[in-house]
Write a protein that binds this ligand. Sequence first.
Ligand SMILES: NC(=O)C1=CN([C@@H]2O[C@H](COP(=O)(O)OP(=O)(O)OC[C@H]3O[C@@H](n4cnc5c(N)ncnc54)[C@H](O)[C@@H]3O)[C@@H](O)[C@H]2O)C=CC1
Ligand SMILES: O=C(CO)COP(=O)(O)O
Length: 337
Amino acid sequence: MSKVAVFGAGSWGSALAVLLTKAGHQVSLIGRKADEMAQMNKLRENVRYLPGVVLPSGLMPATDVSELNADLVILSVPSHNVREAARQIKPNLRPGGIVVNTAKGLEEGTHYRLSEVLKQELADQAIAVLSGPSHAEEVGRDIPTTVVVASDVDTAEKVQDLMMTPKFRVYTNPDVIGVELGGALKNVIALCTGIAEGLGFGDNTKAALMTRGLAEIARLGVAMGGHPLTFAGLSGVGDLIVTCTSQHSRNRRAGVALGQGKPLDLVLKEVGMVVEGVRNTRVAYELSQEMKISMPITQQAYKVLFEGTDPKIAVTDLMMRGKRHELEEAVEMSWFK
Ligand SMILES: NC(=O)C1=CN([C@@H]2O[C@H](COP(=O)(O)OP(=O)(O)OC[C@H]3O[C@@H](n4cnc5c(N)ncnc54)[C@H](O)[C@@H]3O)[C@@H](O)[C@H]2O)C=CC1
Ligand SMILES: O=C(CO)COP(=O)(O)O
């Protein structure tokens, strides 16, 4: 049995705390609001973020940061809170410990990957990244799930050993860049598939966005140093499929409401949990401009979200782009290497 601390008591942190408790570890789920954590302890349920999932008796809801002195620390806050959270947890971490980031995004303004942010803030910790197709609502209910953990081989294998269960299969991958970018950029495409659904389009449109979305995710990802084949793995196409199609996806749901014509601020309020795709669109768009990478879907998402472009016009613009060769383009970006 190891001591594990999960920092961030939203839907993903809660589901991972449930999973790790069932895996036989001593788990503290650390949230910032004392009243919410006390209620969670009393009801044995995270009513707001993970309703209907029983918190097993060994799981300890807490606010006490001394619980962060653990063998493994899982960081489960939205990407825009990762730097602040790293600063909060730093004084209580065990020297030489492992911190696993589970947020899927990039830092706004700096464009850093989140593992880069964590390395800057927590220099004496081994940093790993957990990603892949894994909705909290299903992990919390023991639905078979596969994920990938990216880090140096030793750290990734330690995390794999600690997290793997018969219901939660963990792969390792040394390509931290590819794994992180797949996880962050699929949120943009999930928003777009939601928008298409909200506009009343069908499965053909969704498949088009997913396939061409993956091409542009991989294009940016490879240019930033990711391995092309990582984008064909769990954190690439795997997470893209689940986020673009699942009833649970907040990004997809937000997209549907946008496609139906609701304003962004209302949509975000209605979803009530983090919709990473909004911030991720801005960062991905800025990166594509800076690095001169063609990302037409991301560009249209940016226009819809931040420049008031009508989503119908955005779709027409995508359909009317210049002609392309599918295979030549794929070979050019080393997809098949
Ligand atoms: N929900 C899911 O199924 C999955 C979510 N993720 C990723 O995990 C990250 C977190 O997502 P969710 O848990 O779903 O978000 P959420 O919106 O359900 O919860 C976020 C939680 O973080 C807490 N938080 C924010 N800043 C904090 C801070 N400085 N200190 C302590 N707590 C803080 C909030 O109070 C809230 O409880 C996102 O990047 C998301 O993309 C990844 C895989 C699955
Ligand atoms: O990353 C996720 C599933 O793998 C969660 O996606 P959403 O944030 O869209 O719910």
